[in-house]
Write a protein that binds this ligand. Structure first.
Ligand code: GLV
Ligand code: MN
Ligand code: MN
Ligand code: MN
Length: 419
């Protein structure tokens, strides 16, 4: 007897089990046993494992998996076609990242397919689950590279020449992973097929804790970027070189770290220096060069520019004071993104109720959804993270919240597919 409480409980148990099984399969892949974090870097071994996992899981659901010219994965339910409903996220991670950033959106998308089938939904529109490559930019420096290539936000020439820490180019890495790099670049045909894009993502802050909500929707994505700074001095002996004779790049670097913090504080923004390469990295040698990266984000672009200009000015004057050469290079920049308001309201009305409206959150994190938003109507669903921590092993979402996320996503997809 459909509609009885027992059946509903059973259905929910079916969805939860399906999600839990997918989650359990994916969890061990690319996990660092020492830190408990993930190291899933584009075109590496762990990446091949998670891509194979996705391909198998999608095929087991009767989806047809294709790799696009840029290496992104597309699992089509039925025939590919125009005005498609597309949902997905990414499977790569930052160094020692958490389990949820990216994978939660992919696993939830597959579990939502199961849920839609259970409900007897057969899509009237083309439908696909996607996995975007190099979302974190952890290996090649530019975040959301797969979606940027798809939309043409980055040129093929620039992407091909991006290098990892060992000097391996994107071109070579892609080739080694068995993909043809000669065809990468903007893909207007594929992009033109996307009618609407929905990305479910773990929340990377605490707003949903404070509003006591399992899920929320995104309002806007803060503008953000990455700037590489090179401080080049003179390598020398740590014991014999008088202080007055040194050209030590570590000193302006250190001052720049503090300047970034001060600039962010003064502008109600955020700025982070989380990566540094010291050459030659010897205890008893004055470094010859310090290469570092500034990650800065703000609610609006003028504020972001002000923060970066402030850091730049501080770096320049500190470098000059120590007779060190300073160079800055913008590696990536993503303008502010206001996600489609009509779609956001529609998603919010599907997920929320009149007496329990779903929170609308701005986010300081970058997403493929933010890149696609310039081309297609795009929305994001966030799932509560009880630690509030992200890009670290402590990132978390409770199983029950994950299951509510799948239900919410399935509700949204069913609504869009019925159009
Ligand atoms: C990616 O997750 C970013 O926002 O850095
Ligand atoms: Mn991330
Ligand atoms: Mn992410
Ligand atoms: Mn991201």
């Amino acid at each position: 007897q459909p509609g009885t409480g027992d059946d509903e409980d059973e259905d929910r148990a079916g969805m939860s089990e399906g999600f839990d099984r997918l989650w359990a399969e994916l969890q061990p892949l690319g996990r660092n046993r020492t830190t408990g974090g993930y190291r899933r870097f584009s075109w590496g071994e762990a990446d091949a494992d998670v891509r194979a996992w996705f391909t198998d899981a999608a095929a087991a659901r009767g989806l047809t998996v294709e790799t696009d010219r840029n290496g992104n994965l597309w699992a089509w339910w039925g025939d590919p076609g125009p005005d498609a409903v597309v949902t997905g996220s990414h499977l790569d991670s930052v160094p020692d990242g958490g389990a949820f950033d990216g994978p939660l959106g992919v696993v939830s998308a597959l579990a939502a397919v199961d849920e839609l089938k259970r409900r007897g939904v057969r899509p009237d529109r083309p439908f696909a689950v996607t996995v975007f490559v190099e979302e974190e930019g952890a290996r090649f420096g530019v975040p959301c590279l797969g979606s940027r290539l798809l939309t043409g936000a980055i040129t093929a020439e620039r992407a091909l020449g991006l290098t990892d820490a060992d000097g391996v180019t994107w071109e070579r890495a892609m080739e080694q992973a068995g993909h043809d790099p000669a065809r990468i670049g903007a893909d207007p045909d594929l992009l033109g097929r996307i009618g609407v894009f929905i990305e479910l993502h773990v929340e990377q802050g605490t707003a949903l804790i404070h509003t006591d909500s399992a899920v929320g929707v995104a309002g806007s994505v803060w503008p953000h970027g990455r700037w590489r700074m090179d401080f080049t001095g003179q390598g020398d002996h740590a014991g014999t070189t008088r202080l007055a004779d040194r050209k030590d790049p570590m000193l302006p670097f250190a001052q720049t770290v503090l300047a970034a913090r001060a600039a962010a504080k003064a502008h109600d923004a955020v700025a982070t220096i989380g990566k540094v390469h010291v050459a030659p990295n010897g205890t008893n040698a004055i470094p010859s060069r310090v290469r570092t990266w500034l990650d800065a984000r703000a609610p609006d672009e003028a504020t972001l520019r002000a923060v970066v200009d402030h850091v730049d000015a501080a770096a320049r004057s500190a470098a000059a004071a120590h007779d060190v050469f300073h160079a800055r290079y913008e590696e990536s920049y993503t303008p502010v993104v206001d996600l489609d308001a009509a779609l956001r309201d529609r998603v919010a009305s599907v997920i929320g109720t009149a007496d329990r409206p779903v929170p609308v959150l701005p986010t300081g994190a970058g997403h493929d959804a933010g890149v696609l938003a310039s081309s297609v109507p795009t929305a994001m669903v966030f799932v509560r993270n009880p630690t509030g921590i992200s890009h670290a092993p402590q990132e978390f979402a409770r199983p029950d919240d994950c299951h509510q996320g799948v239900t919410a996503l399935a509700d949204v997809l069913a609504d869009l597919l019925a159009e």
